[in-house]
Ligand binder design. Sequence first.
Ligand SMILES: [Zn+2]
Length: 218
Amino acid sequence: MEHIISGVAKFQKEVYPSKKAAFQKLANGQNPEVLFITCADSRIDPNLVTQTEPGELFICRNAGNIIPPHSNQTGGMTASIEFAVAALGVSHIIICGHSDCGAMKGAINTEGLSSLPHVKEWLGHSRVATEVVKEKCGCAELNNNDHLGLVIEENVVQQLQHIKTHPAVAAKIATGQVKLHGWVYDIESAEIKTYDEATGSFKPVEDTDVETLAKQSK
Ligand SMILES: [Zn+2]
């Protein structure tokens, strides 16, 4: 914990002074362009991997980057998504899964979660991904060696479906005001793959994507 406290002191003394104007501008409001939903895993730093600054990403995190389908029961994800989309007016939503995801390992092996009842219940929202992978592979059971990567990708695809059930999101998508993006981040190589709805597959982010996005946002 000591290095956390000394980190705060370093931030205040060394980092803050060089960015004081930016923080003063942010002090009275935020206008993020992107709602970034990812796993709570400690190895993911959304601002680092996207090279963005405070104020640019509205970030929601949980185990497994899961978005429960809309229901009339209020939860933290539901409220945060509604606020980001309907109040802040974000124009992009990125759902970002990642390599070696412990939550997806849990979704594959739910029997190992008997001492973690809430985790087990939460990962029920990823069951759709494990069932799809089982069907595609023709396997009765999944395992981490052969199927983890597929489950991680399929979970992102299914959470993209779940978020569309949220009324605020559906309304903005229907009118072209919000675009959805599915990503998988590889911790070891820093590669980020994006979901291509047309082909139903993930492909690496390339320079061409950056150019296309730049044109779209003009
Ligand atoms: Zn994870």
